[in-house]
Design a protein around this ligand. Structure first.
Ligand code: PLP
Length: 454
């Protein structure tokens, strides 16, 4: 039986070289409180007394080391996405290209010309950095980048339609999840929503009638996460733009995802592109940076230069502005499109364009290396408010287990955590969304989890 008074004091523990090592890593205040807590735990007999040899401090240091590791681990960390959902909003949407991460890293720890005009030696604007790239890529006259697409829509409505009417079709009054509901954003911006048409059909005449009543703008919103099928009708984009022009009002398209390249090339349905909306005559088009564009979170608005100028001068533009790392990263991502290398450099497009045969070989290779599981046909999705209901054929590694939910829980507890899905009694691993760099980690985590199966 051990006398608790024989436990070493914190002061005594601090003299040990092990404590010096912990202090070198975690600093003195954190180490001190972890040692105190470890001793307290032992005193309160949370640790079996028999296990303690008063001459050995090992158990105390081990416990303090564990506490320190847990207390300093970042809450936000990388995971392995084996769900097959390419733009998984809960998993941070688009992973960046190598050039994008490099650009963001490089600009982050130096001073920069963020708001400094190098040729004039005077104050400049942060908005110029991505603007030229966006103009070249879309053919728009002007562009502005804000925090995300929800703020892009808010800014447009607040700057151009405060206390005035905005005409939206009932076929497009969307909720895209995470609290973004078009009518709510409208209310926040001070604009007054005027609904036209019915849930399934809207005609040009519905717009024409509403436009008689002194409106500020016409808003078209992409149905990002559902399809309108059956007895349905909507005017063409170009008709909508033309009727707005007839009434001398801006037409704005909230594209949501907004592709810059044609998704049909990859056997998917057509996702509306930014260029198409502009060509149809829309005055402003807004879209996200981290959906199909495949870059950092951002809201991008392109279009008519007079209107963009109004947006830039609105106080909300200052409140919603993007920081230097985001602007650097977005520019690097956009450059991939300009250099016609998006498909090879941007992870989201690499995943979309991955040949089915390569996915099958990868799944079979994993199956062989694990010495268990089975490869079957399955489906991946794009997700992230683009291409609703569209599936990409894939091959899945399946692992049969009596309790798939507890298997998933084990995987989530791995380092790095693995996120997978299940169907009935099998765990499904989709190679499409597993980044090549994470493959070895995935396999060792699966090996450990399979070995622990009862
Ligand atoms: C995704 C989406 C938004 C919001 O974009 P965030 O970049 O997530 O803020 C707005 N409108 C539509 C139509 C969308 O699909």
């Amino acid at each position: 039986m051990i006398n608790l008074r024989d436990l070493p004091s914190v002061g005594k523990l601090l003299e040990s070289p092990v404590a010096t090592d912990l202090i070198a890593v975690y600093g003195r205040p954190l180490t001190l409180s972890a040692l105190r807590d470890a001793l307290d735990e032992i005193r309160r007999k949370k640790v079996s007394i028999e296990a303690i040899d008063p001459t050995s401090t090992e158990i105390i240091f081990n416990r303090a080391g564990d506490m320190l590791a847990i207390r300093t681990a970042p809450s936000l960390r990388g995971v392995i996405n084996s769900t097959g959902v390419i733009l998984h909003t809960n998993l941070g949407r688009a992973p960046y290209s190598k050039a994008t991460s490099r650009a963001m890293d490089e600009i982050s720890h130096v001073y920069s010309n963020l708001e400094y005009d190098l040729s004039q030696g005077e104050r400049g604007s942060r908005l110029v950095h991505a603007e030229n790239l966006l103009k070249s890529l879309t053919g728009a006259e002007a562009a502005i980048v804000v925090n995300n697409n929800a703020s892009a829509v808010l800014l447009v409505l607040a700057a151009l339609a405060n206390r005035r009417k905005v005409i939206v079709s009932r076929t497009q009054l969307i909720e895209i999840g995470g609290g973004f509901r078009l009518p709510d954003i409208m209310k926040q911006s001070g604009a007054k929503l005027v609904e036209v048409g019915t849930t399934n059909r809207v005609h040009l005449n519905d717009y024409r009638e509403a436009l008689q009543g002194n409106a500020a703008l016409v808003l078209h919103a992409h149905r990002s996460n559902f399809k309108l099928i059956g007895f349905t009708d909507e005017p063409e984009l170009s008709e909508l733009a033309a009727i707005s022009r007839e009434f001398d009002l801006p037409a704005v398209d909230d594209l949501g995802s907004g592709a810059l390249i044609n998704t049909e090339k990859y056997g998917l349905a057509h996702e509306p592109t930014v260029q198409e909306s502009l060509k149809a005559g829309f005055d402003l088009v807004c879209f996200s940076g981290d959906k199909l564009l495949g870059g950092p979170q951002a809201g991008i608005i392109v279009g008519n230069s007079k209107l963009v100028e109004k947006l830039k001068r609105h106080p909300l533009a200052r409140a919603l502005r993007a920081d230097k790392t985001r602007l650097a990263g977005l520019s690097a991502t956009l450059l991939h499109y300009l250099k016609d290398e998006a498909e090879h450099e941007i992870p989201v497009w690499k995943m979309i364009s991955e040949p089915l045969e390569k996915i099958r070989l990868r799944a079979e290779d994993w199956c062989r290396r694990l010495g268990s599981g089975e490869v079957i046909k399955g489906e991946s999705t794009v997700g992230g408010g683009s291409l609703p209901g569209e599936m990409l054929p894939t091959y899945l590694l399946t692992i049969r287990t009596a309790s798939p939910e507890s298997f998933l829980e084990q995987l989530r507890g791995c380092q790095p955590p693995v996120i997978a899905r299940t169907s009935q009694d099998v765990v499904l691993i989709d190679p499409r969304t597993v980044l090549p760099d994470q493959e070895d980690e995935l396999l060792s985590n699966l090996t450990v989890t399979i070995a622990a199966l009862p």
